[in-house]
Design a protein around this ligand. Structure first.
Ligand code: 3PG
Length: 318
């Protein structure tokens, strides 16, 4: 069975929910997060009746991954698990709480901020932890430093994460997902659901980091390719260069493919594997035959099943 931390890492962003006061707000917030492309909610036990929101979400929103946050005691852990929480999160490492979650078969992400705390979590068999409070405890630099000796650990930094530093965290391979309240801000209190969706979309865009890479043109023959590249270069006042493969580059943005194939629009991303996992998780489909890997087996190119006006849409590793 796929681990919950794997699913969290596919979605990549964990909204930490602290300010809901009734089920209607819970419902509206769930809708806003899903519309913004983040079907995850960490319902914190800082809120009264947290378990009622967990139960409601599990019953009415099977598309959302629902966890319990700020789980400080064994009693809270039991209440959260009874209500259907799919994962538990705590700010610190409380062994009794971790054991309780383990016995119930529910994945737990306890908070750690130092190597010693991390080792205690590892001793309990955990390989994915919350790094809290992320910014105050050293931010991306601290995670990178800890990833040296603890190679197979994945972190979910939380605390002080925002749209300004999100990309830096995602640039770190050992970051499984980022958590925070920044996408809610004052909008939850004010019931500004569209603003929350917009912040979620911007978060996803920041995580994916897609940039237009090039337009690929595929003439019918190699001779046509040379002629077409020259004409485009004259038109745009640019130079023609060979790229590493079998294509001619006109400036930066046009690739004339000499071996035929399909016309395409290519977007680059700093982490193609993460982008594909997220897009798969939200229902996008890719053409298996389009997958291209480098010598080390790392995915470097893939195309969506769906085209845009006859153009194949490709994602490439930056
Ligand atoms: C948490 O509860 O995990 C953190 O307090 C969230 O931190 P943030 O409000 O800085 O995102």
């Amino acid at each position: 069975m796929e681990k919950v931390s794997g699913k969290l890492s596919d979605i990549g962003i964990v909204p930490v929910i602290t300010g809901i006061t009734d089920l209607e707000e819970c419902e509206n917030l769930a809708g806003a997060l899903v519309a913004g492309g983040i079907p995850v909610m960490e319902i914190t036990f800082r809120m009264e009746r947290a378990e009622s929101y967990i139960r409601y979400l599990r019953e009415c929103h099977p598309e959302i991954l629902v966890g319990a946050g700020t789980v400080l005691t064994v009693e809270q852990a039991r209440t959260a698990i009874d209500a259907g929480a799919q994962f538990l999160v705590s700010p610190g490492l409380n062994k009794a709480v971790v054991r309780c979650a383990g016995e119930a078969g529910v994945e737990m992400l306890p908070g750690i901020a130092t190597p010693s705390e991390l080792e205690q979590a590892m001793e309990m068999g955990l390989r994915c932890v919350k790094f809290f409070p992320a910014e105050q405890a050293g931010g991306v630099g601290a995670i990178k430093a800890m990833s040296g000796p603890y190679r197979d650990v994945r972190f979910v930094p939380t605390g002080g994460i925002n749209l300004g530093n999100l990309a830096d965290y995602f640039a770190c391979e050992s970051v499984a997902a980022c958590g925070g309240t920044y996408m809610l801000g004052k909008h939850l209190q004010r019931h500004e659901w569209e603003e929350i969706s917009a912040l979620c979309r911007r978060s996803v865009q920041t995580m994916l980091g897609l940039r237009l890479s090039h337009i690929g043109i595929c003439p019918t023959s190699r001779e046509d390719a040379g002629e077409l590249a020259r004409r485009a270069a004259v038109l745009l006042g640019m130079d023609v260069k060979k790229d590493g493969g079998d294509a001619l580059l006109v400036g930066e943005g046009i690739k004339v493919m000499r071996h035929g194939g399909r016309g395409h629009i290519a977007y680059s991303t700093p982490c193609l594997e993460r982008a594909v996992r997220y897009l798969n998780a939200v229902g996008c489909r890719f053409l298996e035959a389009s997958e291209r890997c480098d010598d080390r087996g790392k995915l470097v190119e893939i195309a969506f099943e769906q085209d845009i006006a006859g153009f194949e849409v490709r994602l490439v590793q930056k």
